[in-house]
Each structure stands twice: as C-alpha cells, then as structure tokens.
Write a protein that binds this ligand. Sequence first.
Ligand code: AMP
Ligand code: MG
Length: 327
Amino acid sequence: MICLGIETTAHTFGAGVCDSGGNILSNEKDTYKPKAGWGLVPMDARKHHEDVAEDVVKDALEKAGKTMNDVDIIAVSQGPGLPPCLYAGMNFSVELAKKVRKPLIGVNHCIAHIEIGRLTTKLKDPVTLYVSGANTQIIAFTAGKYRIFGETQDIGIGNALDKFGREAGFEFPHGPKIEEEALKGKWIGMPYVVKGMDLSFSGIVTEATKKFRSGEKLEDVCYSLQESMFAMVTEVIERALAHTGKGEVLLTGGVAANKRLAAMVGTMCMERGAKSAVVPWEYCMDNAAMIAWAGVLAHKSGQKPINMKNAEILPRWRTDDVDTPWV
Ligand code: AMP
Ligand code: MG
C-alpha cells in the first residue's frame, strides 16, 4: 500500500510518500518565511501553501518514483493547527482525493510526530517530549490512549524562543541563533514555572526581554532562558517516567534539534537508567512523511475515511482525543 501524506498545520507545506512496510520513499516541503521582524501571519501562510501545493506534491511523487496511479490512500493533517493553514491542506487534499478517487484519511499532527519518532528511532513505548513552535506536550501511552501528562498553559517553547529572538533582532527561526549565543553565556537568573505537571513560558519571555532591554548581555540572557525552560521540561518528563514506569524518552518537534536540551534530558535519563533518542532532523520538524506513515497505521486499523462532502478541519484536536488502535 502506498500513501501520500499532506502536511499544512502551520508554516510548512509538506508532501511525503511511504509504503505500508514503513519505508519512507520521499519527504518534500516548502516553508513559508515571515518577513523580517514578523511572526507567522496565518492568511499569508495559507496563500503560500496554496501556491506551492501542486509543485511540492509533484516533487514528492517524482522522488518516490511513483505516480498518482500508484497511490492507494491520501492522508492529511486534520489538526491541531492554524485554521487558515489547515483549510489550505484540507481543500487541496479533498480535491485531489476526489479527482483520483482514493480514500482520504485524517491524521492528528501530534500523533504523527510520535509515530514517525517510533519508526525512525526504534523506541517502542516512550514518554514523548513534543516541543515545536506552537506545542509543548509530554505524552505517554497508558490505558489505551496517548495521554498528555504535562503541557504548556500558554505558548509553546519554540514560540517563546522565537518571541525573544525577534526582540533580539534575529531572523526566523530564532531557536538556532539563541542556542549559538547561549554557548558563550552564564547564568543570570530566570523565572522557573512548573505548575503541577504543566508549564508556562510567556512570563519567562517577558523577564528575558526586560533583562535584555536593561543592558544584560545577550549571550547571558540566551543561556539563562534556555537553562530555565529546558530544566522545566526535563523535570516534567522525569516525573512522567517515574509515574508510568517507562524506560524510554523520545524527543521530537523543531526545538528537539537543540543540543543543550537533548543533553539535559539525556543526563536525566542516564541517571534513571532510561534511554533517550532524538528523532532525525528531517522527521523532527513539521513534515509530511509522518502524516503518510500515521495515515497508513490509521487506515490499516480500520479508521473511516473523511466524508468528502463535508470535510472538517480540527484546529484544537487534542492528542488524548485520538483513537489509536494500532498501538
Ligand atoms: P516546528 O514547529 O516543529 O517546525 O519547529 C519550529 C520551532 O523550532 C521554531 O520555533 C524554532 O525556533 C525551533 N527551533 C529550531 N531549531 C532550534 C534549535 N536548535 N534550538 C531551539 N529551537 C529550535
Ligand atoms: Mg509540529
């Protein structure tokens, strides 16, 4: 079985192809870039996705050595995400699926991150840290579901870094620049906000901005910002490990590219005798190979295709509301 996946929850339009054996045949994307000093403007991102859709899909099929005739199912990220961006992907996918008369499978973006992580790292039953622009969740499979053990109560950790990055005058994406600056920095104090198992980042960004404006060195602010936010997520992951008794940690999402975060989580895991792994970069950022793979899993376990007469997007679809009978 060949699946074409389409991803458009935020800044990336992705198209990827995989087979039912978990072989990824292609993973193409084109990412919307906000203009300097701006964050993502949802309607601009939608326009971007609509403009590039056909070319990206064409590239993905070509790289996979397939044509639309070879495709058995199409999978689309149905949520969570920004409504204008989700509409771009859903409208495109519905049109395509109707044209080629193939079933269209709705995929939850967060679950897709976990499943491609399990596929590529070979971890079996991890506690997952999903840290991207918009999302920060600590997730584990218990009692028949992927459940959220802790999450941000306001902005995602990537958006927190990007907000401060804009203040510092960096270009998007800001995470890598902050990571580079932090290598030279020292601790100058920063709030630490863990509320039970949940997290909050927006006040920390305010404090970092205040420190920067009052003349603290950029490298010291970057270092302290990272240390505080990464220690917070590490604390919550450790408690999730202790509670569930699991022995693996999977790091995914764009922020998982950060070496300091991986080192901090890695040290905690080592001390507990647990394993940790970071999803390879190509599958860590928003991508469509993960949508294709999650589409295969859902289809094989009998998930009903989307009704194309009234296809819905699910902007607030929660990880713990997804049926995952394949796990
Ligand atoms: P995603 O939403 O999963 O595509 O991830 C995008 C987010 O990852 C953006 O907020 C980036 O700033 C962040 N990011 C990318 N590379 C790094 C890095 N090396 N360290 C921290 N954050 C990063
Ligand atoms: Mg993502």
